[in-house]
Design a binder for this molecule. Structure first.
Ligand code: ZN
Length: 310
């Protein structure tokens, strides 16, 4: 009977590490720096060193450890190979094979957004469900899909890349991915600013948003103060995201949508705008899907990584 596992979340500036018991209690949590120089060749040995040191420090027996799950910011195939991870300066990396050699424990790897979705299913906003779609509204829009408790990886590791579904034909600016009219361009923090600026430029209707900085936060603060222009911007955001999620529901039929990322700090009012349009467009059998806010914040990745190995 295994007693412990490690959950590792490799990000562009730091690596978050967690030691868990098999029930999902965090026994220890720490971070190391991500050294991206020389095409990120130090990252795998650094992470292996951090794990090996922790095993020594806590005097753990290797046979008591189920293994190590790792989330990575890039597409990961079923074998645990990283196809590329721009933020880590990685091209193709056989992460699982290298890591298993260095630590002598089973290793699994997954895309960080998918892994975070698994974490939210295990111990966060999706707890108690097995069919979860997570959407992370930050600088970009990330997504992860869990069906029957398993991450949907897809054939290119791009399963759950909800941010780059096409939602707007008239968009002239290009998305970071090179396409035009992606969900990320209208539903991320920067996307909400894009919607706000377009609405504010359309006429001269008074709004508190004309007085200061326009951000996703100031837009939703203004919505809470019942600013009419801000509420129109939120409707537009809700229509794009709610209708996109209704399409996702028609494919995977989740029990719950978990909404996370910085924009989700706006709280339940954000869910109200998404749900309104979701309910308008979703196929009747999918209409009772639950909308929940993410609960684990930056720890979703280490929880999901740990869950991957159990
Ligand atoms: Zn895109």
């Amino acid at each position: 009977m295994k007693k412990y596992c490690f959950g590792i979340d490799i990000g562009g500036t730091s690596v978050k590490c967690g030691l868990f018991d098999v029930k999902g209690e965090v026994l220890d949590k720490w971070e190391i720096k991500t050294r991206t120089e020389n095409n990120g060749i130090y990252i795998i040995p650094d992470v292996a060193g951090a794990i090996n040191n922790k095993i020594l420090e806590k005097q753990l027996e290797r046979e008591d450890i189920a293994g190590v799950g790792i989330g990575v910011p890039g597409p990961v195939n079923e074998a645990g190979d990283i196809l590329c991870a721009v933020n880590l300066h990685w091209g193709y990396v056989n992460l699982v094979e290298q890591m298993e050699k260095l630590i002598g424990l089973p290793v699994k790897a997954g895309n960080d957004a998918n892994v975070a979705a698994l974490g939210e299913m295990w111990k966060g906003g999706g707890a108690g469900y097995h069919n979860v779609v997570m959407v992370t509204l930050g600088t970009g829009v990330g997504g992860g899909i869990i069906i029957n408790g398993q991450i949907v990886t897809g054939s290119h590791g791009a399963g759950g890349e909800i941010g780059h579904v096409h939602v707007e034909d008239s968009m002239e600016e290009a998305c970071n991915c090179g396409n035009k009219g992606c969900l990320e361009q209208v539903a991320s923090a920067t996307g909400i600013v894009r919607l706000a600026n377009a609405r504010l430029a359309a006429d001269a209707e008074p709004s508190v948003l004309r007085d200061g900085e326009v951000s996703a936060k100031t837009v939703f603060d203004a919505v809470k103060a019942e600013d009419k222009v801000a509420m129109e911007i939120a409707e537009s955001f809700g229509k794009y995201l709610g209708s996109a999620l209704s399409v996702i529901a028609g494919v995977v039929d989740p029990e719950v949508f978990v909404i996370g990322g910085g924009v989700s700090k706006a709280g339940d009012i954000l869910l109200d705008y998404i749900r309104k349009y979701y309910n308008t467009y979703a196929f009747s059998a999918c209409k009772d899907a639950v909308f929940a806010l993410a609960e684990l914040g930056n720890d979703a990745g280490i929880f999901g990584a740990a869950k991957m190995i159990l």
